[in-house]
Design a protein around this ligand. Structure first.
Ligand code: DAH
Length: 346
């Protein structure tokens, strides 16, 4: 074959050159560009080419070598980049630390409340969040027209889409509903603590939310007195907020207790001197309580002549506010990692 055709033939080969790894690439380099390679051989033969063809063939030969070199160099760079990447994958390296979550402040407080009462014999009882009117209001001595049943306070659940009322299925607005679940299914003595989430139809702000958490307590036995209630609550206040904490009970009203009271503790922020948190009074309200109304005992099938009992209910957010000084209720449900991280060591 004349030298010209051999150049054209090689040019075609060089244009279609491909290698799938560095060894194949090196084989190509040897085939075409090494000392005995096909292109180098052509250069040696070029010396014999008659002078009048030297210019044209010389240019074609140079272009061929250039093309082969460029193509081989480009492929080499690609293989080198790939192997550099592979080198960086160090399988012996220790992994990035796994970020540990923290317990939610409301869980911490709920667990602490449960723990304190479990030391004086309370066990945990739970009930459904989607409840019926009977367990949330009816058995608890709420009059049929009681305002708590109003749709402004309670979320009712439509039985059929678009038909709002009448319905007796609702989201429980307090954990007192678990009292009725327990009283209608268990026999005294009963000593339970009922933690759970409750729902109220409130506009969301720093001080109110449409859902929050409560812990309810219920103790029923023979000869349970108001003094027993006071003793249990004083014990709780001291365990939760410190041995210096004082309590005071103010008369109040709840349909399901008689007599009823609200309990304040001496403000644990100013120690009772008066501050903006306790609005200068030295006291902050933390729960409602009272002796279980005989009507409630009877409605739940417990003989009110034989048994008596006390009940109390507190908001978990309120206790958490006092313990951790959280000013805005919304922080508890917004899952802001900057807020939650502050409880890492608790
Ligand atoms: N259920 C009441 C509420 O949600 C709290 C409460 C008050 C519970 C007095 C009680 C109680 O058990 O005796 O506001």
């Amino acid at each position: 074959m004349a030298i010209k055709e051999r150049i054209e033939d090689l040019l075609e080969q060089v244009e279609q050159m491909s290698a799938s790894n560095a060894d194949e690439l090196e084989a190509l380099r040897i085939k075409y560009l090494s000392k005995k390679g096909e292109i180098t051989t052509l250069f040696n033969e070029f010396r014999e080419v008659p002078a009048d063809q030297k210019r044209e063939l010389g240019q074609a030969l140079n272009a061929l070598r250039q093309k082969a070199e460029t193509s081989i160099n480009t492929m080499r760079e690609q293989f080198e980049a790939q192997s550099a990447k592979a080198d960086r994958l160090d399988l012996t390296r220790t992994p990035d630390p796994i970020e540990l979550g923290t317990r939610h402040p409301l869980s911490l407080v709920r667990e602490e409340i449960v723990d304190i009462f479990s030391r004086i014999g309370f066990t945990v009882a739970e009930g459904p969040e989607v409840e019926d009117d009977k367990h949330v209001y009816g058995l608890l001595n709420f009059a049929p027209e009681h305002p708590a049943r109003d749709m402004q306070d309670t979320f009712f659940i439509e039985k059929e889409p678009g038909i709002q009322k009448p319905t007796d299925i609702l989201l429980r607005s307090h954990t007192s509903s678990v009292q009725t679940r327990v009283m209608t299914t268990q026999k005294p003595p009963i000593r339970v603590l009922c933690p759970g989430r409750v729902y109220r139809n409130e506009a969301i702000s720093a001080r109110a939310h449409c859902f929050f958490h409560q812990v309810e307590g219920l103790y029923i036995d023979k000869n349970v007195s108001f003094a027993d209630l006071k003793e249990a609550l004083l014990y709780f206040a001291k365990e939760m907020f410190g041995a210096d904490t004082q309590i005071r009970l103010r008369p109040s009203y709840f349909p399901f207790t008689e007599p009823s009271a609200e309990m304040d503790i001496s403000c644990n922020i100013c120690g009772g001197k008066g501050c903006s948190f306790c609005k200068g009074t030295g006291w902050v309200e933390i729960l409602g309580c009272g002796m279980v109304d005989p009507n409630v005992l009877e409605a739940c099938g417990i003989d009110s002549k034989v048994y008596s009992g006390y009940a109390f209910g507190m908001g978990v957010e309120r206790i958490a506010n006092l313990k951790y000084r959280v000013k805005d209720l919304r922080l508890f449900s917004e899952n802001d990692i900057r807020f939650l991280r502050q409880f890492e060591s608790c």
